[in-house]
Design a binder for this molecule. Structure first.
Ligand code: G3H
Ligand code: 13P
Ligand code: ZN
Length: 331
């Protein structure tokens, strides 16, 4: 088993009650680190590329690197996922590249910054579902908005998901999984005081909808990593994230996909800063990207263990995109 759809991985996780991390990637070392962690812990995994990441790599380069992860790891179920797709056009490009799972984020307009209307969200999501399902590819959508303007994704205003609207949205769009807003935000500065998630909203949503639930902005921003970044010349005062215990509670209450980008960035940055400060004579990229890759692999392995993903790689029976196409056609 190698390439899996998001639906296949998340339906299984929902059934068994564990969470699957979806880790953002931009380059080869990140992809290798995530796959090393998945192999070590025998976990199914979702590797995801944002629209910005795909653009940075001229689309094809990152797509081929992600495919290499699939080819090199035949025993690990891997979904290649588009994160925060903004339009049908972007989704088509990702599917052409071989992605098995896409997100259409219609909670924002096409610019990726401004909050959209419910009707717009339904319309764009439906168009993506129709296209993606005809190719066997599964679709994640989002309702409600997260905070965090600094990464160019959030709307700047948190608007928690309305459970009844979520139910109506799922019925009207036939999406495979739904990202909800319960107080998380993207980036390294999530809370002013203690972390505070609306678990009551999550419970209500879980009671009303029957598809896997996704949590964006789910990095923990570990203090040790922030301290390390700052120790080696970084400046990230006041950075905070979602504690692992809160994520474990969210998984128990029905979250199946946990999106992590920021923590990976922190692990890489702290490792690279350390090399630069401690051995300023080094200038071979392998001397700092290698330790960054090792640090990231260990961080991701610990998340896989904490989310309960470990050991579940073997549970998946091979299912091709053709099989998924047939499944959607008979729906
Ligand atoms: O949700 C956003 C991810 O952290 C991706 O960020 O658009 O800077 O690649 P990016
Ligand atoms: P973090 O910024 O918390 O890592 O969230 C990433 C994310 O939601 C990617 O879609
Ligand atoms: Zn996100």
């Amino acid at each position: 088993m190698a390439l899996a759809t998001g639906k296949q991985i998340l339906d299984e996780a929902k059934k068994k009650g564990y969470g699957v991390g979806a880790y953002n990637v931009n380059n080869m070392e990140q992809i290798q680190a995530i796959m090393a962690a998945a192999k070590e812990t025998q976990s199914p995994v979702i590797i995801q590329a944002s629209r910005g990441a795909l653009k940075y790599s001229n689309f094809t380069y990152l797509g081929y690197l992600m495919k290499a992860a699939v080819i090199e790891n035949p025993d690990i179920p891997v979904a290649m996922h588009l994160d925060h797709g903004n339009s049908l056009e972007t989704v088509i490009k990702a599917i052409d590249l071989g992605f098995s799972s896409v997100m259409i984020d219609g909670s924002l307009t096409e610019d990726g910054k401004t909050a959209s209307t419910y009707d717009y969200n339904v319309k764009v999501t439906r168009s993506v579902v129709e296209y993606a399902h005809s190719k066997g590819v599964s679709v994640e959508a989002e309702i409600g908005t997260l905070g965090g303007l600094e990464d160019g994704v959030g709307s700047g205003k948190i608007h928690l998901t309305d459970p009844k609207e979520a139910k109506k949205f799922v019925d009207e769009t036939s999406v495979d999984s739904l990202a909800i807003a319960i107080g998380t935000s993207h980036g390294a500065y999530k809370f002013k005081g203690a972390a505070n998630l609306a678990f009551n909203v999550l419970k209500e949503i879980r009671a009303l909808i029957d598809i896997p639930i996704v949590l964006h902005g789910a990095s923990s921003v570990p203090k040790e990593l922030i301290d390390e970044v700052n120790k080696y010349g970084g400046k990230m005062p006041g950075a905070t994230g979602v504690p692992i215990e809160s994520l474990q509670k969210a998984i128990k209450l029905g979250v199946s996909k946990i999106n992590v980008d920021t923590d990976g960035r922190l692990a890489i940055t702290s490792a690279i800063r350390k090399v630069f400060i401690e051995t300023p004579e080094k200038f071979d990229p392998r001397d700092y990207l290698g330790p960054a890759r090792t640090a990231l692999a260990s961080l991701i392995a610990s998340k896989m263990k904490a989310f309960g993903t470990s050991g579940h790689a073997k549970d998946y029976a091979p299912q091709s995109l053709g099989d998924m196409k047939k499944l959607y056609a008979t729906k």
